[in-house]
Write a protein that binds this ligand. Structure first.
Ligand code: NZQ
Ligand code: ZN
Length: 385
């Protein structure tokens, strides 16, 4: 296990009705609030009205319309509002897109240049407005982590930035807020949670037994509860377990002491950058193809452990057992209703060369546990067609 810093300091209010604590938490930071949200789901399911009622003593300025795969122009609009209205605190209500956008807005409020600089140069983030979140989808874990992913459609770029200063102060996780999620977002969010775990699990064994056991527990949680949530969207137990798994999958816990590049994420970010697809769908398509590609004598022990501990596969032959586990992973995504080919998303080979080159360069894939070159990524992408 490598050395690491674990500092996920977000205060989490978990459970139904916990949003009642919002006013007392907001008031710790001030009364000028920037309320950031997406395309309107929070108005349909009542969370918006509830938040406004709770914030009646505050001066609430709104930034609606943050897109999935949030765009830099939304960040710029938010930064302008923060400066104009002397915002004290940002309240993000929504999913990873809204929360990520809010994080960079919070950093931009203290930065004089263009907010895109903060995406390409995280070291320029020196101060960030306090960020509170109300989570409405189980997926990214953004509510308790330091990351933000922002896109510039003009240049087909989708880049991650990161700063401890952007970790939200307080997050409200009410599983009932997930009841209105469409099946597609429930499934895509679960694929994203699982991918965050896979990215850390399939790394060189460095004796991080605790982390790997956390990982296996979270994976089995997703496998158990996603089908229940899809069948019965208002099943509290299923929503609660997916929601907490999502937060735990990417708050530093599973990846602590396991350094090294992620693989499917940088490749997926290229797919989203060029085609604006749903992040979790791209990951679900890539994951089994990537797994098959990196299964070899060096990785076999990891895959056998995955087969035994996550899928309860008892087959003795290591390669047969590993392939069974990969097939089960793929079948799980199919059963969740995820389209499992790029063609179904309208994606062909047109940009593959550029996407492969960029993902290797930006993601540092040549330094991965199983190093991937541009040609390797091209191969994986073609298998996804
Ligand atoms: O915009 P609205 O109308 O709110 O609708 C959203 C959106 O269309 C809808 N939705 C969310 N909650 C809902 C709901 N619809 C009905 N009822 C609800 N309760 O779901 C759609 C997707 O929302 P989004 O915020 O985009 O989803 P997600 O949380 O999956 O975020 C994806 C973004 O996060 C980035 C992704 O790349 C992508 O840009 N990521 C962020 C990470 C991080 N900060 O750590 C890590 C991830 O790996 C990921 O890259
Ligand atoms: Zn992700």
């Amino acid at each position: 296990m490598d050395n690491f810093i674990f500092n996920a300091y977000t205060k989490v209010y978990f459970g139904k009705g916990e949003i009642e604590n919002l006013p007392k938490e907001i008031h710790k930071y001030g009364t000028n609030v920037l309320l950031v949200y997406g395309g309107g789901s929070i108005k349909k399911n009542g969370i918006y009205n509830k938040a406004l009622e709770l914030l009646k003593d505050c001066n609430v300025i709104e930034l609606p319309g943050v897109e999935p795969n949030p765009k830099i122009d939304s960040v710029r609009k938010g930064v302008t509002l923060c400066k104009e209205y002397k915002i004290d605190v940002i309240l993000a209500i929504g999913g990873g897109s809204t929360i990520d956008c809010s994080k960079v807005i919070g950093a931009g409020a203290y930065y004089d240049g263009d907010a895109w600089d903060l995406v390409t140069n995280p070291e320029k983030i020196t101060k960030v407005l306090p960020i509170l979140t109300v989570v409405t989808i189980a997926a990214t874990g953004s509510e308790m982590n330091k990351n933000a992913v922002i896109s510039d459609p003009k240049t087909n770029e989708k880049l991650g930035t990161s700063s401890m200063l952007m970790i939200p102060q307080v997050s409200f996780l009410d599983p009932e807020y997930l009841y209105t999620l469409p099946a597609k977002q429930t499934a895509a969010g679960t694929a994203d949670i699982m991918s965050h775990i896979f990215e850390n699990y399939f790394k060189e064994e460095v004796g991080a037994f605790v982390q790997d056991k956390f990982a296996e527990g979270l994976l089995t949680t997703c496998i158990k509860y996603c089908p229940i949530a899809l069948k019965d969207p208002t099943n509290y137990e299923a929503r609660a377990n997916l929601m907490w798994a999502s937060t735990m999958a990417l708050n530093g816990l599973v990846g602590a002491g396991k350094p090294g590049p992620w693989i499917c994420h940088p490749i997926e970010h290229e797919l989203s950058a060029f085609y604006d697809i749903t992040h979790g769908i791209g990951l679900a398509i890539l994951t089994p193809r990537w797994m098959r590609y990196i299964l070899n004598d060096k990785t076999i022990d990891l895959f056998v452990r995955y087969a035994r501990n996550v899928w309860n596969i008892t087959e003795q032959d290591p390669f047969i057992a590993s392939n069974m586990a990969i097939d089960k992973t793929e079948q799980f995504f199919i059963d969740c209703g995820i389209p499992m080919s790029l063609r179904e998303l309208g994606i062909d080979e047109t940009h593959f060369e550029e996407m492969a080159e960029k993902s290797v360069r930006i993601g540092g894939l040549e330094h991965a546990y199983v190093p991937l070159s541009k040609q390797d990524v091209l191969h994986i992408l073609r298998k996804c067609l």
